[in-house]
Design a protein around this ligand. Structure first.
Ligand SMILES: [Zn+2]
Length: 253
């Protein structure tokens, strides 16, 4: 079992995720292939290694993410789905779904919210992982992708209240026989306001290995590895490098 340091702020009590009494079903809902691995690949590896069932729902298939002028969106979509399946297999993820929205144009409208509500009612996860829709800037040199903001917003809006209350998108309950569902926890990655910081050092190598599967996205593998190894914490030392993944964890009553 990895030695895991967890700190909390605000009203949450200190908690070790592996103190969950029973195996959890965890559904990761994000915009693009490679988002789960970049946002929280080490945590996902930890979860699957400790007996939890992790599934992905990717809203787009990443069909704009290239500078290669020889690739059209259809070919890129197929390539990125293949890469995502391989990366998920590295992390021990049990199932993947792609909702097929066009990359780059995702908006948190009612159609997207309904589709995510349907998936959550079908999968009935204990925990939903998504990303923070309020993150506009990443550090001093990057903008957050609009699809990430849309994915986070639509997923949070689906979990509460649409998944829970049968009169929301009544056709899901009335016509598709999908019962309402209570999600117990939401883990929001890519947030500027984390309340849970996990030491994921033992799982950093497998996170990097899973990202190798996204060959169309990472460029030169050696340079990519160097960049990933530099994402250590400020208190890291040469002998003891440390890596973290951060979340806003919301416990729903
Ligand atoms: Zn992305």
């Amino acid at each position: 079992m990895p030695d895991e340091t967890i700190t909390t702020e605000d009203t949450l009590k200190p908690v070790h995720p592996e103190s969950w009494d029973e195996p959890k079903r965890i559904l990761v809902v994000l915009a693009h292939p490679d988002d789960p691995e970049f946002f929280c690949g080490a945590t996902i590896a930890h979860w699957t290694a400790t007996g939890h069932d992790v599934r992905y729902c990717l809203l787009t298939c990443g069909d704009k993410g290239t500078q290669d002028r020889s690739l059209d969106s259809e070919a890129l979509c197929a390539l990125r789905q293949k890469e995502q399946r391989a990366a998920a297999a590295v992390l021990g993820v049990s199932q993947l779904r792609f909702l097929g929205y066009p990359d780059g144009y995702l908006v948190p409208d009612l159609n997207l919210r309904r589709d995510i509500t349907r998936v959550i009612r079908q999968e009935r996860p204990d925990v939903v992982v998504t990303c923070d829709p309020t993150t506009l800037f990443v550090g001093n040199d990057r903008l957050n992708h609009p699809d990430h903001r849309a994915a986070g917003q639509a997923t949070l809006d689906a979990v509460y209240p649409a998944v829970r209350d049968h009169l929301n998108f009544i056709e899901l309950w009335r016509d598709e026989k999908l019962e309402p569902h209570l999600v117990n926890e939401i883990w929001v990655a890519g947030t500027q306001a984390p309340n849970l910081i996990l030491d994921v050092t033992p799982f950093w190598p497998i996170k990097i290995r899973s990202l190798y599967e996204h060959a169309s996205q990472i460029g030169d593998r050696e340079k990519f590895t160097e960049r990933m190894l530099k994402r250590h914490t400020a208190d890291t030392t040469l002998e003891n490098p440390r890596y973290e993944e951060k979340f806003r964890r919301i416990l729903l009553g």
